[in-house]
Design a protein around this ligand. Structure first.
Ligand code: NAD
Length: 393
């Protein structure tokens, strides 16, 4: 099958296996060019391992620290007629490269919120690794089925308190326009916390500890986005921000509940980047396109892999990591500092339909978006007939 991108709104509904593999290799090569990570973890569980920040975490642990990795993801398998999701192909490519490098890798495809997948993961750790010394929690999901009640909760992306009118960029129609987002009600806020808050992170740690597969002095981190004034109304102070605040509560609870093992739990704040999750958030494509241009000009632009390498070396495994006043690891300073934000704010105030392509680096945004699905990678023949059916072992 010849595979060309099929874009519907903010998502691409297909993926290119050869392109995804090239994208994974690009990230591996970046890590291989960096100094090895000191005091690095050797047995790592990555929950949400197949795309975005989770995939970058798995690559960093494996290729930067020589770690054995078990990954959990929720991806669609390919058929003869339909491509798999990008995360499936990324995982297959990760396995291939890990196998070549002699690094143990095992991946479990299923609902990480469920007790069944937790039990399956624990059985795999017992069988192959004994214990894990790092647990990365990198899920981004619109829904969660509560394993105790069976109730399915959906998250919403809405402001809290009052309606918010702002600019946004419609990637489908190439249009800068104004949108008004109505505020969430209490139930929508609570449901978003249920999906994207810390409850499931805590459940994972409790299950791992109870099964005896959490190593003494293990570390764990969940990822957050804090941002600044421009994104607060739709992110930091919005429904998703409420869920992210709950991660701070969960980190403290995890430290306390697993203090006998001296578990270190951190919330790590990362920069805004194009991923499947962030492209679905109103306002973010416009904000990210503007900040890309500013940070590239400043020479501070980073992708997922650069952010996560720094998280390991300057945060999680640094002798003296710098924490913010709430005890979080902050990798987002190059984005959120006042000088950079002032430049983005100035562009934000000016941007309109006529000057968008001049002021924003949408070219880079779109190229990065396509890359998420394996398109636009150098050296890949997109006219070639490729087999969409790829598996991993
Ligand atoms: P992503 O969409 O690229 O990755 C999500 C991962 O979660 C994938 O591996 C997917 O398979 C997995 N997943 C989703 N639902 C699952 C389920 N039910 N069971 C098992 N696996 C499931 O997202 P991302 O942008 O890398 O986000 C990861 C984390 O980083 C999120 O917590 C997000 O809020 C945070 N973050 C993102 C940004 C950003 O700009 N993208 C910035 C800061 C923090």
């Amino acid at each position: 099958m010849v595979i060309q991108p099929k874009i519907r709104g903010f998502i691409c509904t297909n993926a290119h296996p050869v392109g995804c593999a090239a994208h994974v290799r690009e990230q591996i090569e970046y890590i291989q060019q960096q100094p090895k990570i000191d005091n690095a973890p050797k047995r790592v569980l990555v929950i949400g391992c197949s795309t975005g920040y989770g995939l970058a975490s798995r690559i960093t642990a494996a290729f930067g620290a020589g770690a054995q990795t078990i990954g959990v993801c929720f991806e669609k398998e390919p058929t003869e007629k339909r491509t798999a999701t990008a995360g499936w192909y990324n995982t297959a490519a990760f396995h291939e490269e890990a196998n070549k490098a002699g690094l143990y890798a095992h991946s479990i495809n299923g609902d990480a919120f469920s007790d069944e997948i937790k039990a399956q993961t624990i059985a795999q750790i017992k069988a192959d690794l004994g214990q894990v010394d790092l647990v990365i929690y990198s899920l981004a999901s619109p829904k969660r089925k509560d394993p105790e009640t069976g109730e399915v909760y959906s998250s919403t992306l809405k402001p809290v308190g009052q309606a918010y009118t702002t600019k946004t960029y419609d990637t489908d129609k190439d249009e800068v326009k104004e949108i008004t987002l109505e505020p969430a009600n209490d139930e929508e806020i609570a449901n978003t916390v249920k999906v994207m808050g810390g409850e499931d992170w805590e459940r994972w740690l409790s299950a791992l500890d109870a099964a005896g597969v959490l190593a003494p002095n293990a570390k764990t981190t969940a990822y957050t986005y804090i941002g600044k004034e421009l994104t607060w109304p739709i992110y930091g102070h919005a429904t998703i921000g409420k869920a992210k605040e709950d991660l701070d509560r969960a980190a403290a609870a995890i430290r306390q509940d697993h203090s006998a093992l001296n578990v270190e739990a951190y919330v790590s704040s990362l920069k805004a980047l194009v991923t499947q999750a962030s492209s679905a958030i109103p306002v973010m494509p416009l904000y990210i396109s503007l900040i890309y241009g500013v940070m590239k000009e400043e020479g501070t632009h980073e992708g997922c892999i650069e952010q996560i390498y720094r998280l390991f070396t300057e945060g999680l495994y640094a002798a003296e990591p710098t924490l913010d006043e709430d005890g979080r690891l902050r990798m987002d300073g190059k984005e959120t500092n006042d000088a950079t934000q002032a430049k983005v704010k100035a562009l934000w105030d000016q941007v309109n339909q006529d000057n968008f392509h001049e002021l924003a680096d949408y070219k880079e945004y779109h190229a990065d978006f396509l890359k998420l699905f394996g398109f636009g990678l150098a050296g890949v023949d997109y006219e070639a007939d490729v087999d969409p059916v790829v598996t991993w072992s």
